[in-house]
Design a protein around this ligand. Structure first.
Ligand SMILES: CC(C)(COP(=O)(O)OP(=O)(O)OC[C@H]1O[C@@H](n2cnc3c(N)ncnc32)[C@H](O)[C@@H]1OP(=O)(O)O)[C@@H](O)C(=O)NCCC(=O)NCCS
Length: 176
């Protein structure tokens, strides 16, 4: 309920945020099917990924409570959906919220901000490749933000002894 939700600021991710970003991502790699990675990337690897994204001018944001802007409750970023040049203008979005901060609005606010930044940069389409067709949280979040299901890749992943689908969701950045 909105009244119980903390007031959040969505802001750029800085290098000093990456320790928490790495911990949040490691939690999801180890416990959920939203990421198809099996081993959590190290802080050095997360730093390399972040550096690559921000050096290109692509969005990488975090959510902080307005009462303490040094805390990080989640992160979201975008990178090109595919490296081949004809895909320019189509970006893939990733979003992860800390387990203790879920369902408090952080995910939606972060993705909204990433969409806003992409739109400002002239991007055309946003894609989410959602690990696991049972991932109600991610499917629900993207649906809420106007993404529509573009298809499902069946049984393309395997994690925790389960075969996993990838749900493809897409939102135009130019038609609204
Ligand atoms: C998906 C994820 C980022 C959502 O983050 P969040 O901060 O909890 O999301 P929000 O609180 O902003 O929720 C936004 C909307 O998403 C939907 N939603 C969120 N969690 C949900 C759940 N558990 N079940 C169903 N719908 C859910 C709701 O529509 C919600 O709006 P509402 O609370 O007003 O009903 C978070 O659950 C997460 O980190 N999951 C694991 C990693 C993952 O799968 N990431 C996506 C990879 S693409």
């Amino acid at each position: 309920m909105a009244a119980n939700r903390p007031s959040l600021l969505i802001r750029p991710c800085f290098q000093q945020d990456l320790e928490t970003v790495q911990l949040i991502y490691a939690h999801h790699v180890l416990s959920s099917t939203g990421s198809f990675e099996l081993e959590p990337p190290s802080l050095d690897e997360m730093t390399a990924r972040w550096s690559h994204v921000v050096a290109q001018g692509w969005p990488w944001v975090v959510a902080s409570p307005t009462t303490d802007l040094t805390r990080v409750l989640g992160f979201a970023y975008a990178k090109p959906y595919h490296e081949r040049p004809a895909y320019a203008g189509t970006f893939e979005i990733s979003v992860y919220t800390a387990p203790t901060s879920m369902r408090q609005g952080a995910g939606a606010l972060m993705v909204n901000e990433v969409l806003h930044m992409l739109k400002g940069d002239g991007a055309r389409e946003a894609i989410a490749l959602i690990g696991d067709s049972a991932n109600a949280a991610s499917i629900g979040l993207h649906k809420k933000l106007g993404f529509v299901q573009a298809g499902t890749l069946t049984n393309v992943g395997e994690k925790f002894g389960r075969l996993l689908d990838v749900v493809i969701m897409q939102r135009s950045l130019v038609r609204r």
